[in-house]
Each structure stands twice: as C-alpha cells, then as structure tokens.
Design a binder for this molecule. Structure first.
Ligand code: GLC
Length: 438
C-alpha cells in the first residue's frame, strides 16, 4: 500500500533536499568550475646558456602571450657546452629531470637518444618542413634513423679578421693557413697588432670543434662513424697539431691559448689585441656592439685550409628536443613548433646575427640587406667538417681533448700525443658491439 506523506512530513523533507542541492552544487564547483577558473598555466622548464637566454627571451615572451596557458621557465646555465651537458646528464641519471625542453648541442644527440632521455619526434614533423632545414642540422638531430631534435640555429666556425688593418696594409684576407701565418708575422713585426691568431686550446669540447677544422684543413679525419676507422695518427693529423703548436712557438698566438675558450679569445680580439680569430657567429654581434674596440672594423671568411686542400668549418648548432620524463610533451611540442618556425627564425636572425637553420633565410632579402655575407655562409654550412656522430662521442672527444692539451702545453710531441689519442680511440670504438648513429 502506498504511503502518503502528511504536510508535516513534506515540510520536514524540504530542508534535506535543499541541503542535498547545496552539497551537489558545492561539489560541482569544487571539482569542475573552480579548478577551471583558477587553473595554473603549465610551466615548461628549459636550461640554456646565458647568451641564448638573452637572445631567446623576447620570442619566449611572444609565445607566452599567444599561449597564456603555457609558461616557459628559462634557467641560465654555464657557457661551456660540456658543463651544460653535465647538468643535463646528472639530471637524467637521477631519474626525474626537471627539464621539459632540452636545448641540445648537435654533438649530444646520439648520446641522449641512445640513453633514452629524449623523445622521438619523427612523426611530429612533416618531411616537407624538415626538407627546408640545412641537411647537416637535421642529420645532427637523428639517431638510428629517428629524429630527436629540431634545429633552431646553425653554427659554423669561421675566421674573423681586422678588415681595417688589412685594408690599410693593402693585404687581401688570407685563404690558407700559410698565408695567415705570413700576414700575422709581418704585421706583428711592424707593430700593427700584438697577436696574430687566436684559437681555443683549452681542454674542453671547444678544442675538438676547433681542431676538426684544422684537421680537415690539412686533409685529415678523426673517426669514421660507419667503419670506426680512426685517423688521428695519420700524417695529416700530426701536421695539423704541429701547425697549432707552431703558432704558439712562433709567437703568432699567445701562450694563453692553451687555456682559452671561446669567450677568452673573443674578449682579447674585441679589445683590439689580435688580427685573426677563430670563433662562432655569436661573436659578430658582440664585437660590433657599442663599447667594442673593433666595432665596424672586422670581417669574416670561411675557415682556412692548408694550401691545396679544401677544409671546412666545424658544424655546430643547437636545437630543441623533449625530455622523456616531461609531463607536458604536447605543450613542449607547441613551444618548439613556435620557436623553430621559419617566421620566428627570420625575426630571431635579424636581431641576433646568428646563423639560420632554414636554407631560405640565407638569401632572404631583409636578412641579406643586414648581413650581406649570408649567401656565402650557406655554402660554408653545406660543406662542413663534422665531429663524428657516435653514441660514445663524449668519450671520444674527451680522449682527443686530453691529448691535444698535452701536445699544446708541450707535455708530449704532436706525434706522441696523436698516436696515444688514436690508440685510445680505437680501444673505445673497438669495444662497441653495435653500429653507431646512421
Ligand atoms: C658552439 C657550437 C657547438 C660546440 C661548442 C663548442 O656552441 O654550436 O656545437 O660544441 O660551440 O664549444
């Protein structure tokens, strides 16, 4: 039999219904509406060298304005590439890396990919877009056929020289190491400059990058990533080391080069103390900035080679990948896509004078109007001297750095040092069980 509620019972139930309604409303508010209203933006963390942060900050801001739900936290790292690599390596080894976007030097990719620290980006970028980049920059982002890094700037070693001094002396810019030595000695003798040639001889990654150019300039090679053949003890390699040692012995280069990295050599050159400098494109803007003693007095040439040889500039460069441990891979990809777009890069290059990774930008009207030498640079980056893309690159480079340093500081002869470097490299590569990066 159906029970009929009395009016008294009904009025007792109303407050209960109201309470239920209030609780449901509060739950909906708490669970769905409030979080949506107060949702914090996703924060992506990215570690970069200081000068990169200065250059990239305006573009990161621009991205954040267009994507208010994403913030990018830029952490400033040290200048030397190996020191940054160490920071990343320890973070990854500890497990939970705090970094979402990984700013990778071209030489780290095989190691980071082989260790499983970065995500495969192959299917994220259409081949058509990829074909717009300089091939070496894309290849430098691959490991065993998969893509792990999208290039945001190319880099190539080049020769800076004092245009004003050479013009005054009516001497054309040198094309070979031998010419450069002669010009240096001549103008040093006349008291026009203190030093002839500045290069990076400190025991760090920069010395390997610098050496690969001199090595190829003498017709030598370091190691073949496919066959694992090692060329460090071949006569060409020994000659390359002897050439560098001689620049110190003959007073063309200051003895301090054995402890100088990019920045020490840039500052010395910028102070007006030297005729020639081997360095990367980042120097251009700084050396031409207000307060620089060489502002408007410098020019660049592709890296030199020995007479009759071709040589090449070391291909450096940086690009972005996504950490395997990142909890925000989609947002990270969105940021990478924005920051590596052709349009962002066009604006970035105009502001910084760095080297594009898109081929078309080397001949872009606006860019060429500001940097008339860019079409020539395209040829330089398309015919580079490469550091061998090995998963064990860091160890191979470490061996080379140690022995180059021994040779430059006179602890070993060029021949002894290169024989020892070659043997250790052969041991390293001989112990590999699997083929390396393709
Ligand atoms: C530059 C290059 C990089 C290289 C480093 C060496 O940053 O882009 O590839 O490893 O210099 O110091």
């Amino acid at each position: 039999m159906q029970k009929i509620n009395s009016p008294q019972q009904r009025s007792q139930k109303r407050p209960r219904l109201l309470a239920l309604f209030a609780v449901t409303l509060a739950t909906v508010l708490l669970l769905f509406i409030l979080p949506a209203l107060t949702q914090q933006p996703v924060v992506l963390t990215m570690l970069m060298q200081g000068q990169d942060i200065v250059n990239w900050r305006p573009f990161v801001k621009e991205f954040e304005q267009k994507n208010p739900k994403i913030r990018i936290n830029l952490i400033e790292g040290p200048f030397d590439t190996n020191l940054i690599e160490n920071l990343y390596t320890s973070a990854f080894l500890l497990g939970e890396s705090p970094y979402d976007i990984i700013n990778m030097d071209i030489v780290w990719v095989p190691k980071f990919a082989a260790a499983g620290w970065v995500r495969d980006l192959t299917d994220r970028i259409p081949p058509k877009q990829l074909s717009k980049f300089i091939q070496g920059n894309v290849e430098g982002g691959r490991y065993r056929g998969k893509l792990y890094r999208i290039p945001h700037a190319s880099d190539a070693g080049m020769l800076y020289y004092r245009k004003d001094i050479l013009e005054q002396a009516k001497i054309p810019a040198p094309k070979t190491f031998e010419e450069m030595v002669k010009i240096s000695q001549n103008l040093q003798k006349q008291g026009k400059v203190t030093w002839g040639y500045l290069w990076q001889g400190k025991q760090y990654e920069g010395v390997s990058a610098m050496f690969v150019e001199v090595l190829s300039g003498f017709g030598g090679f370091w190691a073949n990533p496919q066959t694992f053949e090692v060329g460090l003890d071949k006569p060409e390699a020994i000659k390359a080391v002897e050439f560098l040692k001689n620049t110190i012995a003959s007073g063309i280069s200051p003895p301090g080069v054995t402890t100088y990295g990019e920045e020490e050599t840039r500052l010395l050159f910028q102070n007006g103390k030297a005729l020639f400098l081997r360095n990367w494109p980042y120097v251009w803007k700084l050396a031409n900035a207000e307060g620089s003693n060489v502002r408007g007095k410098i020019a660049i040439e592709p890296m030199l080679s020995s007479t009759g040889k071709t040589g090449g500039s070391c291909l450096g460069g940086w690009g972005w990948g996504i950490a395997k441990t990142s909890k925000h891979p989609e947002q990270a990809w969105k940021a990478i896509q924005y920051l590596t777009s052709e349009e962002t890069q066009r604006k970035f290059i105009i502001q910084t004078g760095l080297i594009p990774s898109y081929k078309s930008l080397f001949t872009n009207k606006e860019i060429v109007a500001k940097y008339p030498h860019y079409p020539q640079l395209l040829k330089v980056v398309e015919r580079p001297a490469l550091r061998p893309p090995l998963a064990q690159y860091a160890q191979a480079s470490d061996i080379l750095q140690r022995y180059l340093s021994s040779a430059f500081t006179g602890r070993m002869s060029a021949e002894q040092a290169m024989k020892a470097a070659a043997n250790e490299t052969r041991n390293l590569l001989g112990s590999l069980k699997q083929p390396q990066a393709s």
